[in-house]
Ligand binder design. Structure first.
Ligand SMILES: [Zn+2]
Ligand SMILES: [Zn+2]
Length: 539
Protein backbone atom coordinates (compact mmCIF):
# COMPACT_ATOMS: atom_id res chain seq x y z
CA UNK A 1 0.00 0.00 0.00
CA UNK A 2 1.38 3.39 -0.86
CA UNK A 3 2.21 5.80 1.92
CA UNK A 4 1.91 9.55 2.22
CA UNK A 5 5.40 10.78 2.86
CA UNK A 6 6.45 14.29 3.87
CA UNK A 7 10.16 15.05 3.67
CA UNK A 8 11.08 18.35 5.26
CA UNK A 9 14.58 19.57 4.50
CA UNK A 10 16.20 22.31 6.60
CA UNK A 11 15.53 25.86 5.41
CA UNK A 12 18.59 27.80 4.31
CA UNK A 13 19.04 31.21 5.90
CA UNK A 14 19.18 33.99 3.31
CA UNK A 15 22.37 35.54 4.59
CA UNK A 16 25.19 33.45 3.12
CA UNK A 17 26.02 31.14 0.24
CA UNK A 18 25.12 27.46 0.28
CA UNK A 19 28.23 25.35 0.83
CA UNK A 20 29.14 21.68 1.00
CA UNK A 21 28.23 21.43 4.70
CA UNK A 22 24.63 22.44 3.93
CA UNK A 23 24.44 20.08 0.99
CA UNK A 24 25.49 17.11 3.14
CA UNK A 25 22.38 17.73 5.25
CA UNK A 26 20.07 18.17 2.25
CA UNK A 27 21.08 15.28 -0.05
CA UNK A 28 19.75 12.57 2.33
CA UNK A 29 16.30 14.15 1.97
CA UNK A 30 16.49 13.88 -1.80
CA UNK A 31 17.63 10.24 -1.54
CA UNK A 32 14.58 9.50 0.63
CA UNK A 33 12.24 11.33 -1.75
CA UNK A 34 13.51 9.60 -4.88
CA UNK A 35 13.37 6.20 -3.19
CA UNK A 36 9.82 6.67 -1.87
CA UNK A 37 8.57 7.96 -5.24
CA UNK A 38 10.10 4.93 -7.00
CA UNK A 39 8.39 2.79 -4.38
CA UNK A 40 5.02 4.22 -5.42
CA UNK A 41 4.50 6.46 -2.37
CA UNK A 42 2.94 9.93 -2.47
CA UNK A 43 5.89 12.14 -1.64
CA UNK A 44 6.02 15.80 -0.75
CA UNK A 45 9.61 16.95 -0.48
CA UNK A 46 9.55 20.52 0.74
CA UNK A 47 11.73 23.35 1.95
CA UNK A 48 12.38 27.00 1.31
CA UNK A 49 14.44 30.05 2.08
CA UNK A 50 14.44 31.28 5.69
CA UNK A 51 14.09 35.05 5.32
CA UNK A 52 13.45 36.79 8.63
CA UNK A 53 15.48 37.73 11.70
CA UNK A 54 18.01 40.39 12.70
CA UNK A 55 21.09 39.23 10.73
CA UNK A 56 19.23 40.09 7.52
CA UNK A 57 17.94 43.47 8.74
CA UNK A 58 21.43 44.36 10.01
CA UNK A 59 22.94 43.46 6.70
CA UNK A 60 20.34 45.49 4.82
CA UNK A 61 21.30 48.55 6.87
CA UNK A 62 24.99 47.93 6.25
CA UNK A 63 24.53 47.48 2.50
CA UNK A 64 22.06 50.38 2.31
CA UNK A 65 19.42 48.16 0.80
CA UNK A 66 16.22 46.45 1.96
CA UNK A 67 15.80 43.03 3.59
CA UNK A 68 13.59 42.11 0.61
CA UNK A 69 16.47 42.70 -1.83
CA UNK A 70 18.87 40.56 0.20
CA UNK A 71 16.35 37.76 0.49
CA UNK A 72 15.60 37.90 -3.22
CA UNK A 73 19.29 37.64 -4.11
CA UNK A 74 19.89 34.56 -1.95
CA UNK A 75 16.59 32.91 -2.77
CA UNK A 76 17.49 33.00 -6.47
CA UNK A 77 20.95 31.59 -5.77
CA UNK A 78 19.50 28.79 -3.63
CA UNK A 79 17.01 27.84 -6.34
CA UNK A 80 19.81 27.63 -8.90
CA UNK A 81 21.97 25.48 -6.64
CA UNK A 82 19.13 23.05 -5.95
CA UNK A 83 18.22 22.73 -9.60
CA UNK A 84 21.81 22.03 -10.61
CA UNK A 85 22.20 19.53 -7.76
CA UNK A 86 19.13 17.61 -8.89
CA UNK A 87 17.21 18.25 -5.64
CA UNK A 88 13.73 17.06 -6.56
CA UNK A 89 11.69 19.49 -4.45
CA UNK A 90 7.93 19.32 -4.89
CA UNK A 91 7.72 22.71 -3.21
CA UNK A 92 10.55 25.13 -2.65
CA UNK A 93 9.21 28.37 -1.26
CA UNK A 94 10.27 31.20 1.07
CA UNK A 95 9.15 32.51 4.44
CA UNK A 96 8.83 36.03 3.05
CA UNK A 97 5.85 34.95 0.92
CA UNK A 98 2.38 36.33 1.79
CA UNK A 99 1.04 32.76 1.83
CA UNK A 100 3.52 31.74 4.54
CA UNK A 101 2.75 34.88 6.57
CA UNK A 102 -0.95 34.08 6.47
CA UNK A 103 -0.45 30.45 7.57
CA UNK A 104 1.88 31.45 10.41
CA UNK A 105 -0.70 34.00 11.61
CA UNK A 106 -3.42 31.34 11.54
CA UNK A 107 -1.21 29.07 13.64
CA UNK A 108 -0.39 31.91 16.04
CA UNK A 109 -4.09 32.66 16.57
CA UNK A 110 -4.66 29.00 17.42
CA UNK A 111 -1.83 29.09 19.95
CA UNK A 112 -3.55 32.11 21.50
CA UNK A 113 -7.01 30.50 21.46
CA UNK A 114 -5.62 27.25 22.92
CA UNK A 115 -4.09 29.16 25.83
CA UNK A 116 -0.43 28.64 24.98
CA UNK A 117 0.56 32.33 24.84
CA UNK A 118 0.91 34.89 27.63
CA UNK A 119 2.46 38.37 27.92
CA UNK A 120 5.55 38.86 30.06
CA UNK A 121 7.23 42.16 30.95
CA UNK A 122 11.00 42.31 31.36
CA UNK A 123 13.84 44.83 31.33
CA UNK A 124 15.37 45.30 27.89
CA UNK A 125 17.82 47.61 26.09
CA UNK A 126 16.13 50.53 24.42
CA UNK A 127 17.72 53.01 22.02
CA UNK A 128 16.07 56.44 22.40
CA UNK A 129 17.62 57.68 19.13
CA UNK A 130 16.33 54.75 17.04
CA UNK A 131 13.23 54.73 19.23
CA UNK A 132 13.17 50.94 19.55
CA UNK A 133 14.16 48.00 21.67
CA UNK A 134 17.39 46.43 20.45
CA UNK A 135 18.63 42.89 20.90
CA UNK A 136 21.80 40.90 21.48
CA UNK A 137 23.61 41.49 18.26
CA UNK A 138 22.53 45.12 18.04
CA UNK A 139 24.00 46.13 21.43
CA UNK A 140 27.69 46.95 21.70
CA UNK A 141 29.02 46.36 25.20
CA UNK A 142 32.45 47.03 26.73
CA UNK A 143 33.17 43.92 28.79
CA UNK A 144 33.60 44.93 32.46
CA UNK A 145 35.87 41.94 32.98
CA UNK A 146 38.34 42.10 30.09
CA UNK A 147 37.58 45.39 28.37
CA UNK A 148 36.90 43.87 24.95
CA UNK A 149 34.15 45.39 22.83
CA UNK A 150 31.46 42.80 22.16
CA UNK A 151 28.04 42.49 20.71
CA UNK A 152 25.28 40.49 22.28
CA UNK A 153 24.69 39.20 25.76
CA UNK A 154 28.07 37.51 26.21
CA UNK A 155 31.66 38.70 25.85
CA UNK A 156 33.17 37.41 22.63
CA UNK A 157 36.68 37.16 24.08
CA UNK A 158 36.29 36.01 27.71
CA UNK A 159 32.76 34.48 27.58
CA UNK A 160 31.58 36.59 30.53
CA UNK A 161 27.79 36.81 30.51
CA UNK A 162 26.71 40.45 30.72
CA UNK A 163 24.43 41.61 33.52
CA UNK A 164 21.61 44.10 33.12
CA UNK A 165 23.84 46.93 34.45
CA UNK A 166 26.53 46.06 31.86
CA UNK A 167 23.99 46.21 29.09
CA UNK A 168 22.78 49.53 30.48
CA UNK A 169 26.17 50.99 29.58
CA UNK A 170 25.91 49.51 26.10
CA UNK A 171 25.73 51.39 22.83
CA UNK A 172 23.35 50.91 19.94
CA UNK A 173 25.27 49.44 16.99
CA UNK A 174 22.79 50.93 14.55
CA UNK A 175 23.21 54.61 15.52
CA UNK A 176 26.09 54.52 18.01
CA UNK A 177 23.90 56.17 20.68
CA UNK A 178 23.70 55.31 24.37
CA UNK A 179 21.05 52.71 25.27
CA UNK A 180 18.83 52.63 28.32
CA UNK A 181 16.89 49.90 30.09
CA UNK A 182 13.12 49.99 29.73
CA UNK A 183 10.26 47.63 30.51
CA UNK A 184 9.28 45.60 27.47
CA UNK A 185 6.34 43.24 27.05
CA UNK A 186 6.59 40.21 24.77
CA UNK A 187 4.43 37.16 24.24
CA UNK A 188 5.74 33.87 25.58
CA UNK A 189 4.94 30.31 24.51
CA UNK A 190 4.14 27.83 27.32
CA UNK A 191 6.69 25.23 26.27
CA UNK A 192 6.99 24.05 29.89
CA UNK A 193 3.40 22.77 29.99
CA UNK A 194 4.14 20.39 27.08
CA UNK A 195 6.94 18.60 28.90
CA UNK A 196 5.10 15.31 29.44
CA UNK A 197 3.78 15.18 25.87
CA UNK A 198 7.24 15.93 24.46
CA UNK A 199 8.79 13.21 26.60
CA UNK A 200 6.23 10.77 25.22
CA UNK A 201 7.02 11.93 21.69
CA UNK A 202 10.73 11.39 22.39
CA UNK A 203 10.14 7.86 23.69
CA UNK A 204 7.91 7.01 20.73
CA UNK A 205 10.35 8.23 18.08
CA UNK A 206 13.86 7.91 19.47
CA UNK A 207 14.45 4.55 17.81
CA UNK A 208 14.07 6.29 14.45
CA UNK A 209 16.61 8.97 15.34
CA UNK A 210 20.35 8.94 15.21
CA UNK A 211 22.46 9.02 18.35
CA UNK A 212 23.15 12.76 18.04
CA UNK A 213 19.41 13.58 18.04
CA UNK A 214 18.68 11.20 20.91
CA UNK A 215 21.51 12.53 23.09
CA UNK A 216 20.84 16.18 22.52
CA UNK A 217 17.08 15.87 22.96
CA UNK A 218 17.51 13.84 26.14
CA UNK A 219 19.83 16.49 27.55
CA UNK A 220 17.42 19.28 26.65
CA UNK A 221 14.52 17.46 28.31
CA UNK A 222 16.58 16.67 31.39
CA UNK A 223 17.42 20.33 31.91
CA UNK A 224 13.71 21.12 32.00
CA UNK A 225 11.68 23.02 29.44
CA UNK A 226 11.40 26.79 29.73
CA UNK A 227 8.82 29.02 28.16
CA UNK A 228 10.15 30.91 25.17
CA UNK A 229 9.56 34.40 23.80
CA UNK A 230 7.63 34.25 20.53
CA UNK A 231 7.61 37.95 19.66
CA UNK A 232 10.40 40.43 19.04
CA UNK A 233 10.71 44.16 18.43
CA UNK A 234 11.36 44.18 14.73
CA UNK A 235 9.77 45.52 11.60
CA UNK A 236 10.84 42.59 9.35
CA UNK A 237 8.90 39.38 9.81
CA UNK A 238 5.37 38.06 10.31
CA UNK A 239 2.99 40.49 12.02
CA UNK A 240 1.16 39.52 15.22
CA UNK A 241 -2.44 38.79 14.19
CA UNK A 242 -4.04 40.63 17.11
CA UNK A 243 -3.82 44.13 18.57
CA UNK A 244 -1.36 45.45 21.12
CA UNK A 245 1.80 44.25 19.39
CA UNK A 246 2.04 46.49 16.33
CA UNK A 247 5.77 47.20 16.77
CA UNK A 248 6.60 43.52 17.05
CA UNK A 249 6.93 40.51 14.78
CA UNK A 250 6.69 36.79 15.40
CA UNK A 251 10.10 35.51 16.47
CA UNK A 252 11.94 33.93 13.53
CA UNK A 253 12.30 30.51 15.18
CA UNK A 254 8.51 30.12 15.23
CA UNK A 255 7.95 31.28 11.70
CA UNK A 256 10.85 29.32 10.17
CA UNK A 257 9.93 25.88 11.52
CA UNK A 258 6.30 26.47 10.60
CA UNK A 259 7.50 26.67 7.01
CA UNK A 260 7.31 22.87 6.88
CA UNK A 261 3.56 23.05 7.44
CA UNK A 262 2.88 26.06 5.25
CA UNK A 263 4.87 24.59 2.33
CA UNK A 264 2.84 21.36 2.45
CA UNK A 265 -0.37 23.42 2.68
CA UNK A 266 0.70 25.51 -0.29
CA UNK A 267 1.50 22.47 -2.43
CA UNK A 268 -1.81 20.81 -1.51
CA UNK A 269 -3.79 24.02 -2.24
CA UNK A 270 -2.19 24.33 -5.66
CA UNK A 271 -2.57 20.66 -6.61
CA UNK A 272 -6.06 19.89 -5.34
CA UNK A 273 -4.78 17.62 -2.59
CA UNK A 274 -6.02 17.36 0.95
CA UNK A 275 -3.48 18.65 3.46
CA UNK A 276 -4.96 16.44 6.17
CA UNK A 277 -4.03 13.31 4.21
CA UNK A 278 -0.39 14.26 4.62
CA UNK A 279 -0.23 15.59 8.12
CA UNK A 280 -3.21 14.51 10.22
CA UNK A 281 -3.60 11.18 11.88
CA UNK A 282 -6.44 9.65 9.97
CA UNK A 283 -5.39 6.48 8.29
CA UNK A 284 -3.62 3.46 9.83
CA UNK A 285 -0.02 4.58 10.04
CA UNK A 286 0.29 4.88 6.28
CA UNK A 287 2.28 8.05 6.90
CA UNK A 288 5.85 9.00 7.27
CA UNK A 289 7.34 12.38 8.14
CA UNK A 290 11.09 12.85 7.83
CA UNK A 291 13.09 15.90 8.86
CA UNK A 292 16.56 16.29 7.34
CA UNK A 293 18.94 18.83 8.86
CA UNK A 294 22.35 19.43 10.45
CA UNK A 295 23.37 18.63 14.02
CA UNK A 296 23.30 22.33 14.97
CA UNK A 297 19.54 22.26 14.49
CA UNK A 298 18.44 19.16 16.37
CA UNK A 299 16.28 20.52 19.18
CA UNK A 300 14.29 22.67 16.78
CA UNK A 301 13.21 19.51 14.98
CA UNK A 302 12.83 17.15 17.94
CA UNK A 303 11.29 19.51 20.54
CA UNK A 304 10.38 22.98 19.34
CA UNK A 305 8.58 22.13 16.11
CA UNK A 306 6.70 19.16 17.67
CA UNK A 307 5.69 21.47 20.56
CA UNK A 308 4.18 23.99 18.14
CA UNK A 309 2.34 21.20 16.31
CA UNK A 310 0.91 19.82 19.57
CA UNK A 311 -0.15 23.24 20.80
CA UNK A 312 -1.80 24.21 17.52
CA UNK A 313 -3.90 21.15 16.72
CA UNK A 314 -3.98 17.75 18.42
CA UNK A 315 -4.57 16.04 15.07
CA UNK A 316 -1.05 16.82 13.82
CA UNK A 317 1.21 13.83 13.29
CA UNK A 318 4.67 14.25 14.75
CA UNK A 319 7.74 14.16 12.49
CA UNK A 320 8.76 10.60 13.31
CA UNK A 321 12.21 10.34 11.74
CA UNK A 322 14.89 12.99 12.19
CA UNK A 323 17.99 12.70 10.06
CA UNK A 324 20.67 14.96 11.54
CA UNK A 325 24.06 14.92 9.86
CA UNK A 326 27.32 15.88 11.55
CA UNK A 327 29.74 18.51 10.23
CA UNK A 328 31.80 18.40 7.07
CA UNK A 329 35.25 19.92 7.52
CA UNK A 330 37.46 21.16 4.72
CA UNK A 331 41.12 20.14 4.68
CA UNK A 332 40.82 19.27 8.35
CA UNK A 333 39.41 22.64 9.37
CA UNK A 334 35.94 23.79 10.29
CA UNK A 335 34.19 25.44 7.37
CA UNK A 336 33.95 29.18 7.87
CA UNK A 337 33.64 32.37 5.92
CA UNK A 338 36.63 33.93 7.65
CA UNK A 339 38.90 30.99 6.71
CA UNK A 340 37.67 31.33 3.13
CA UNK A 341 37.06 27.57 2.84
CA UNK A 342 33.26 27.65 2.73
CA UNK A 343 33.31 27.62 -1.06
CA UNK A 344 29.95 28.57 -2.55
CA UNK A 345 28.22 25.49 -3.93
CA UNK A 346 27.30 27.41 -7.08
CA UNK A 347 31.03 27.78 -7.86
CA UNK A 348 31.77 24.12 -7.12
CA UNK A 349 28.96 23.08 -9.45
CA UNK A 350 30.64 25.02 -12.25
CA UNK A 351 33.67 22.73 -11.99
CA UNK A 352 32.30 19.40 -10.76
CA UNK A 353 29.26 17.51 -12.06
CA UNK A 354 26.43 17.39 -9.50
CA UNK A 355 26.55 13.59 -9.36
CA UNK A 356 30.16 13.61 -8.18
CA UNK A 357 29.40 16.01 -5.33
CA UNK A 358 26.27 14.06 -4.37
CA UNK A 359 28.29 10.85 -4.41
CA UNK A 360 30.93 12.30 -2.10
CA UNK A 361 28.29 13.65 0.32
CA UNK A 362 26.80 10.19 0.76
CA UNK A 363 29.80 7.88 0.40
CA UNK A 364 32.21 10.01 2.39
CA UNK A 365 29.97 12.55 4.11
CA UNK A 366 29.30 13.21 7.81
CA UNK A 367 26.50 10.65 8.20
CA UNK A 368 27.27 9.63 11.77
CA UNK A 369 30.45 11.51 12.60
CA UNK A 370 32.25 14.60 11.32
CA UNK A 371 33.99 14.00 8.04
CA UNK A 372 36.57 15.78 5.98
CA UNK A 373 36.69 17.02 2.41
CA UNK A 374 39.98 17.34 0.59
CA UNK A 375 40.29 17.63 -3.15
CA UNK A 376 42.70 14.74 -3.11
CA UNK A 377 40.21 12.39 -1.44
CA UNK A 378 37.33 13.66 -3.56
CA UNK A 379 39.43 13.00 -6.63
CA UNK A 380 40.41 9.51 -5.57
CA UNK A 381 36.90 8.50 -4.59
CA UNK A 382 35.32 9.71 -7.82
CA UNK A 383 38.00 8.18 -10.05
CA UNK A 384 37.92 4.87 -8.21
CA UNK A 385 34.16 4.43 -7.76
CA UNK A 386 32.37 6.41 -10.44
CA UNK A 387 34.96 6.38 -13.24
CA UNK A 388 36.75 3.03 -12.83
CA UNK A 389 33.88 0.95 -11.50
CA UNK A 390 30.44 2.32 -12.41
CA UNK A 391 31.25 4.32 -15.54
CA UNK A 392 33.62 1.67 -16.83
CA UNK A 393 31.11 -1.16 -16.41
CA UNK A 394 28.45 0.75 -18.33
CA UNK A 395 30.88 1.78 -21.04
CA UNK A 396 32.52 -1.62 -21.56
CA UNK A 397 29.10 -3.25 -21.92
CA UNK A 398 26.92 -0.77 -23.77
CA UNK A 399 29.65 0.52 -26.04
CA UNK A 400 31.30 -2.84 -26.67
CA UNK A 401 31.95 -3.20 -30.38
CA UNK A 402 31.23 -6.94 -30.44
CA UNK A 403 27.45 -6.52 -30.46
CA UNK A 404 24.91 -4.60 -32.49
CA UNK A 405 23.15 -2.96 -29.50
CA UNK A 406 20.04 -5.04 -30.00
CA UNK A 407 19.30 -6.98 -26.81
CA UNK A 408 19.90 -10.63 -27.73
CA UNK A 409 17.58 -13.53 -27.02
CA UNK A 410 19.60 -15.07 -24.20
CA UNK A 411 19.59 -16.45 -20.65
CA UNK A 412 20.02 -14.29 -17.58
CA UNK A 413 22.67 -15.55 -15.18
CA UNK A 414 20.68 -16.86 -12.16
CA UNK A 415 23.15 -15.61 -9.51
CA UNK A 416 23.06 -12.12 -10.98
CA UNK A 417 19.26 -12.22 -11.09
CA UNK A 418 19.21 -13.14 -7.42
CA UNK A 419 21.72 -10.45 -6.52
CA UNK A 420 19.73 -7.74 -8.29
CA UNK A 421 16.49 -8.77 -6.56
CA UNK A 422 18.23 -8.87 -3.20
CA UNK A 423 19.86 -5.46 -3.76
CA UNK A 424 16.46 -3.75 -4.17
CA UNK A 425 15.37 -5.11 -0.78
CA UNK A 426 18.62 -4.42 1.06
CA UNK A 427 18.94 -0.89 -0.27
CA UNK A 428 15.27 -0.14 0.52
CA UNK A 429 15.88 -1.15 4.13
CA UNK A 430 19.10 0.84 4.33
CA UNK A 431 17.42 3.98 3.00
CA UNK A 432 14.39 3.70 5.29
CA UNK A 433 16.72 3.21 8.25
CA UNK A 434 18.58 6.34 7.04
CA UNK A 435 21.79 4.36 6.48
CA UNK A 436 22.53 6.06 3.20
CA UNK A 437 26.20 5.20 3.09
CA UNK A 438 25.41 1.48 3.44
CA UNK A 439 22.68 1.81 0.82
CA UNK A 440 25.08 3.30 -1.70
CA UNK A 441 27.78 0.77 -0.94
CA UNK A 442 25.27 -2.03 -1.54
CA UNK A 443 24.43 -0.57 -4.95
CA UNK A 444 28.14 -0.30 -5.66
CA UNK A 445 28.54 -3.97 -4.67
CA UNK A 446 26.23 -4.78 -7.59
CA UNK A 447 28.45 -2.73 -9.91
CA UNK A 448 31.48 -4.64 -8.65
CA UNK A 449 29.70 -7.96 -9.15
CA UNK A 450 28.99 -6.85 -12.73
CA UNK A 451 32.63 -6.01 -13.38
CA UNK A 452 33.76 -9.30 -11.86
CA UNK A 453 31.28 -11.25 -13.98
CA UNK A 454 32.42 -9.43 -17.11
CA UNK A 455 36.10 -10.15 -16.34
CA UNK A 456 35.47 -13.81 -15.58
CA UNK A 457 33.30 -14.46 -18.62
CA UNK A 458 35.75 -12.68 -20.97
CA UNK A 459 33.20 -11.79 -23.65
CA UNK A 460 36.05 -10.60 -25.94
CA UNK A 461 37.34 -14.20 -26.04
CA UNK A 462 33.84 -15.65 -26.49
CA UNK A 463 33.46 -13.20 -29.35
CA UNK A 464 36.68 -14.40 -31.03
CA UNK A 465 35.71 -18.03 -30.47
CA UNK A 466 32.34 -17.24 -32.05
CA UNK A 467 30.58 -18.82 -29.06
CA UNK A 468 27.43 -16.86 -29.85
CA UNK A 469 25.20 -18.40 -27.16
CA UNK A 470 27.57 -17.74 -24.29
CA UNK A 471 28.50 -14.33 -25.65
CA UNK A 472 24.84 -13.31 -25.82
CA UNK A 473 24.23 -14.54 -22.26
CA UNK A 474 27.02 -12.29 -21.01
CA UNK A 475 25.80 -9.21 -22.90
CA UNK A 476 22.24 -9.87 -21.80
CA UNK A 477 23.21 -10.32 -18.14
CA UNK A 478 25.40 -7.19 -18.09
CA UNK A 479 22.63 -5.15 -19.76
CA UNK A 480 20.23 -6.42 -17.12
CA UNK A 481 22.50 -5.15 -14.34
CA UNK A 482 22.90 -1.76 -16.02
CA UNK A 483 19.18 -1.31 -16.68
CA UNK A 484 18.58 -1.95 -12.97
CA UNK A 485 21.32 0.49 -12.02
CA UNK A 486 19.15 3.04 -13.84
CA UNK A 487 16.69 2.55 -10.95
CA UNK A 488 18.98 1.79 -8.05
CA UNK A 489 21.39 4.67 -8.71
CA UNK A 490 18.61 7.25 -9.11
CA UNK A 491 18.52 8.38 -5.46
CA UNK A 492 22.27 8.92 -5.38
CA UNK A 493 23.49 10.00 -8.82
CA UNK A 494 20.25 10.92 -10.62
CA UNK A 495 21.84 12.43 -13.73
CA UNK A 496 23.82 9.28 -14.57
CA UNK A 497 20.78 7.10 -13.75
CA UNK A 498 18.67 9.16 -16.15
CA UNK A 499 21.23 8.65 -18.94
CA UNK A 500 21.02 4.89 -18.43
CA UNK A 501 17.22 4.91 -18.47
CA UNK A 502 17.29 7.00 -21.65
CA UNK A 503 19.68 4.55 -23.33
CA UNK A 504 17.46 1.61 -22.33
CA UNK A 505 14.23 3.47 -23.03
CA UNK A 506 12.98 3.01 -19.45
CA UNK A 507 10.24 5.55 -18.87
CA UNK A 508 9.96 5.60 -15.11
CA UNK A 509 12.01 4.78 -12.02
CA UNK A 510 10.50 1.89 -10.10
CA UNK A 511 11.81 0.17 -7.01
CA UNK A 512 11.65 -3.32 -8.42
CA UNK A 513 13.68 -5.29 -10.94
CA UNK A 514 13.20 -4.02 -14.48
CA UNK A 515 13.30 -6.59 -17.28
CA UNK A 516 15.05 -6.12 -20.58
CA UNK A 517 13.43 -7.43 -23.70
CA UNK A 518 15.18 -9.23 -26.53
CA UNK A 519 14.96 -7.29 -29.77
CA UNK A 520 14.91 -3.87 -28.10
CA UNK A 521 17.77 -1.59 -28.93
CA UNK A 522 20.11 0.08 -26.46
CA UNK A 523 21.65 3.39 -27.41
CA UNK A 524 25.40 3.75 -27.24
CA UNK A 525 26.29 6.13 -24.44
CA UNK A 526 28.78 8.95 -23.93
CA UNK A 527 31.22 8.38 -21.07
CA UNK A 528 29.22 8.68 -17.82
CA UNK A 529 31.98 10.25 -15.71
CA UNK A 530 35.07 12.07 -16.90
CA UNK A 531 38.27 11.17 -15.09
CA UNK A 532 39.24 13.92 -12.66
CA UNK A 533 42.64 15.44 -13.10
CA UNK A 534 44.71 17.91 -11.11
CA UNK A 535 43.48 20.56 -13.51
CA UNK A 536 39.97 20.26 -12.04
CA UNK A 537 41.37 20.74 -8.57
CA UNK A 538 43.30 23.85 -9.53
CA UNK A 539 40.20 25.26 -11.18
ZN1 LIG B 1 35.34 39.92 28.37
ZN1 LIG C 1 20.13 53.48 17.92
Amino acid sequence: MSKNVVIGIAWTYANSDIHLGHVCAYIPGDVLARFHRANGDNVLMISGTDCHGTPITERAIKEKTTPEKIVERYHQQFEQVFEKLGMSYDEYTLTASPYHHQKVQEMFLKLQQNGYLYPKTEEASFCPTCNKFIYDREVEVVCPKCGAVSKGDQCGSCDYVFKTEDLLKGKCRICGGQTEIRQNTNLYFKLSTLEQQLKQHFEACKNNWRKNSVNETEKFLREGLHDRAVTRDLSWGVKIPFSGYDDKRIYVWVDAVWGYVSAVQKYCDEHNLNFEDFWFNNNNNQHKIYMCHGKDNIVFHTIIFPALLMATDSRFLMPDTCVAVEFMNINGEKMSKSKGNAWPMLDMLKVFPADTLRYFCIASGPERKDSNFTFDEFHKLINSDLVNKFGNFVNRTVNYKGWDNIIPNATLNPQIKELVEKTYKTVANDIQNTNFRDALSNVMAMVEAGNKYFDEQQPWILFKQEDKTKFNDVIYTCCYIIANLGNLMDPFVPFAAQKIRDAFNIKQVEWKPVSIIAGNSVQRMPVLFERMTDKDVIA
